[in-house]
Design a protein around this ligand. Structure first.
Ligand SMILES: Nc1nc(=O)c2c([nH]1)NC[C@@H]1CN(c3ccc(C(=O)N[C@@H](CCC(=O)O)C(=O)O)cc3)CN21
Ligand SMILES: CC(C)C(=O)C(=O)O
Ligand SMILES: [Mg+2]
Length: 288
């Protein structure tokens, strides 16, 4: 998917300096099933979007921002307005990846109509291309309702963190044959309802492999399997900016340590009156 840049020559008064690259599209993501694995990371801010976007196929404005940005105990308290603010920032900071935004807990479960209203509002507020929602068989009619009305939907099955109060924790799912069958049925249901892709989170590997074989759209794994059609991680987890991380995280950087070291050096300079130095000081007005 990294070779699909095309020149965008469209110019208009509304968009006098068009981005040089055309953004990937939801149908292009769907077509990537079985090819080079899809790359997805979460982003919540304009700067992280700018830095991650060139390397990704999709950016996820995840409701994990509840824990990562706001210090909340779970994703349950995350609101639509929080998602809208961060979603708009991520769209402003990206031009290549498809931006997908999580529907927060409470914004879509009650009815397909309520889901449509809230999803449409989020897409209008942010410019994101698609929404993601958690759930399987029970949410399949909602997935169909949204897709038939113009809102692309990414599914999310297995460990669904918005259901933490039902599940009782964040342990891996699908260790019993009954639970494994339920997760597979959930993925099949949202895929058949029209989801363009399905996140499989925190399941034993054979389930992820089975779902990837069974459904027609790409599976995106997190704590699932390298056999999935793509992978997603929380950006801050991968960068070493979030302390408590699951087994499924691989740290590619230790940014937390580096930021702490920078703050320590600044504090030392301030206390020694080594900062500001001559380069950071304004000279008096020239010529009086
Ligand atoms: N920073 C961050 N990364 C995430 O991946 C993430 C969030 N936040 N917030 C929303 C959900 C919550 N997720 C989580 C949270 C904790 C574990 C975890 O601690 N897993 C343990 C096993 C826990 C148990 O057995 O009870 C592990 O060792 O993997 C896993 C997924 C995934 N999502
Ligand atoms: C971990 C991913 C899949 C997610 O839903 C989130 O970041 O909220
Ligand atoms: Mg989420």
């Amino acid at each position: 998917m990294s070779t699909t840049y095309t020149l965008d020559t469209a110019t208009s008064r509304a968009n006098p300096t068009p981005a040089p690259m055309k953004r990937l599209t939801v149908p292009a993501i769907r077509r990537a099933k079985g090819g080079t694995p899809l790359v997805m990371l979460t982003a919540y801010t304009v700067r992280s979007a700018q830095l991650l976007d060139p390397h990704c196929d999709m950016l996820l404005v995840g409701d994990s921002l509840g824990q990562v940005i706001y210090g909340l105990p779970s994703t349950v308290p995350v609101t639509l307005s929080m998602m809208a603010a961060h979603g708009a920032a991520v769209v402003r900071g990206s031009y290549h990846s498809v931006v997908v935004i999580d529907l927060p807990f409470g914004s879509y479960e009650a009815s397909p109509e309520k889901a449509f209203e809230n999803a449409a509002w989020l897409l209008k507020e942010t410019g994101a291309a698609a929404v993601k929602l958690e759930g399987g068989v029970a949410m399949a009619p909602t997935v169909r309702f949204l897709v038939e009305r113009g809102i692309p939907v990414m599914g999310h099955v297995g460990l669904t963190p918005q259901a933490v109060n039902v599940l009782g924790g964040y342990g891996a799912r699908g260790r019993t044959p009954e639970e494994a069958e339920k997760i597979i049925a959930d993925a099949v249901a949202v895929a058949e309802a029209g989801a363009f892709s399905v996140v499989i989170e925190g399941v034993v590997e054979p389930i992820a492999i089975e779902i990837t074989k069974r459904i027609a759209c790409p599976t995106i794994g997190i704590g699932a399997s390298a056999q999935c059609d793509g992978q997603v991680l929380v950006g801050e987890d991968m960068l070493g900016l979030f302390e408590r991380t699951a087994r499924f995280v691989r740290r590619y950087e230790t940014m937390g340590d580096r930021i702490g070291e920078a703050a320590r050096a600044y504090a030392e300079d301030v206390r020694a009156r080594h900062f500001p130095g001559p380069e950071q000081i304004y000279a008096p007005r020239e010529g009086g």
